[in-house]
Design a protein around this ligand. Structure first.
Ligand SMILES: Nc1ncnc2c1ncn2[C@@H]1O[C@H](COP(=O)(O)OP(=O)(O)OP(=O)(O)O)[C@@H](O)[C@H]1O
Ligand SMILES: [Mg+2]
Length: 109
């Protein structure tokens, strides 16, 4: 898989610009670490890479096609543990896994 990031910028509705003009080419197989001080924009970049946010400028392509057109393929191959996440207190572990599998289109036979 080849991920290309072109001139990526993200300004939140509050007016805060978290990323400006990022250009990167990421190819698998590779182990990549994203390092930066607090507030550098690491989580913002991860959210953009998993199509959890839309950039205000620039584009991300996966294997030469726009990320949004590859979203299904990407999500079928992606494991992503966000920095902050929520759990439902009323669900058991099994019920929660079942729910997430249903959201990801994993059929329980
Ligand atoms: N939803 C949001 N609305 C407005 N500003 C935001 C939002 N999320 C992040 N920011 C701001 O964007 C900048 C980048 O934040 P981000 O969370 O991407 O940084 P980070 O590198 O992941 O930081 P940390 O190391 O603390 O996790 C920060 O100034 C942050 O306050
Ligand atoms: Mg973060």
């Amino acid at each position: 898989m080849n991920v290309e990031i072109f001139n990526l910028s993200m300004t939140y509705p509050s007016g805060k610009t978290a990323l400006r003009g990022i250009n990167l080419n990421l190819s698998s197989p590779n182990l990549i670490g994203l390092l930066g001080p607090n507030g550098a924009g690491k989580s913002t970049l991860m959210k953009l890479l998993v199509a959890g946010l839309l950039p205000t400028e620039g584009a991300i392509s996966v294997d030469g096609k726009p990320l949004m057109k590859q979203e299904r393929l990407l999500k079928s191959r992606l494991g992503y543990l966000p920095q902050s996440f929520g759990l439902f207190d009323e669900l058991t572990v099994w019920q929660f896994l079942d729910y997430m599998a249903a959201l990801k289109g994993i059929v329980n036979s």
